[in-house]
Design a protein around this ligand. Structure first.
Ligand code: PEP
Length: 251
């Protein structure tokens, strides 16, 4: 059985004071929830403050991105050892906003995935098609390539989480139907199965894209949806806790 994950991606929101207040409210609200993992991904500037708040709780800390080198002349970048040092155990890799606005390619994603794994950070690798790609009927081709290229040369996938986030659903209020999401999740598991055999059955595949406490119930009922990567709805404790409660106990 796969344990569920709910991860909140705060993107470029929240000062340190706002982040720590939000983390505290989520920590207090999630205190009795033990059957899965709750992960918070604040902006870099808030990682330390949120890390301090999460100490002694079961909540986990993630970064939203990282560089694939340990150190060097890479102005503005942050490395895996730095993230470990500050208390991260997860890192989001290849979010569609990084692909779209910062020209991140599958090859960059692949280098970051390998670095995260060798640094004992669990990568949450994001994949997903655009509206246009879905309309052209090439969703599987796009997502399949992102998975294959992102994991190229990775021999073990036990410590990887995948997030299927259709680009057209992110921040748009246009959530994928449970059937649409399940189709792609099952496809991802099938291709992982072809490359990694039975290990693929243990991989958590999260859905992301306009998830709220009102729509997550039907999505999480799908066999291959193991949790959610949440953007907008993770910025308010009530909404995020509502999603966690909908998922908790159902998986
Ligand atoms: C995201 O950014 O990963 C995301 C899923 O955003 P939203 O929930 O706002 O669509």
């Amino acid at each position: 059985m796969r344990e569920w994950i709910v991860a909140g991606n705060w993107k470029m929101h929240n000062t340190v004071a706002e982040s720590t207040a939000l983390a505290k409210a989520i920590k207090e609200g999630a205190v009795d929830i033990k059957d899965g993992s709750v992960i918070l991904a604040p902006p870099f500037t808030s990682l330390h403050g949120v890390s301090e708040i999460l100490k002694g709780s079961d909540l986990l800390l993630a970064a939203q991105n990282m560089h694939y080198e340990d150190k060097g002349a890479f102005t503005g970048e942050v490395s895996a050892p730095m993230l470990k040092d500050i208390g991260c155990s997860y890192v989001i890799i290849g979010h569609s906003e990084r692909r779209k606005y910062f020209q991140e390619q599958n090859a960059d994603v692949n280098l970051k995935i390998k670095k995260a794994l060798s640094s004992e950070l669990t990568p949450i690798m994001c994949v997903g098609e655009t509206d246009e790609e879905r309309e052209k009927g090439i969703t599987q081709e796009i997502v399949g390539r992102q998975v294959d290229h992102g994991l190229k040369g990775v021999s073990r996938i036990e410590n990887i989480v995948i997030a299927y986030e259709p680009v057209w659903a992110i921040g748009t209020g246009k959530v994928a139907t449970p059937a649409q999401a399940q189709d792609v999740h099952a496809f991802i598991r099938k291709i992982l199965n072809e490359s990694y055999g039975k290990a693929a059955n243990g991989i958590r595949i999260l859905y992301g894209g306009s998830v709220t406490k009102d729509n997550i119930g039907d999505l999480i009922a799908m066999g291959d949806i193991d949790g959610a990567l949440v953007g907008g709805a993770s910025l308010k404790a009530d909404g995020f806790l509502g999603i966690i409660r909908e998922i908790s106990g159902k998986k």
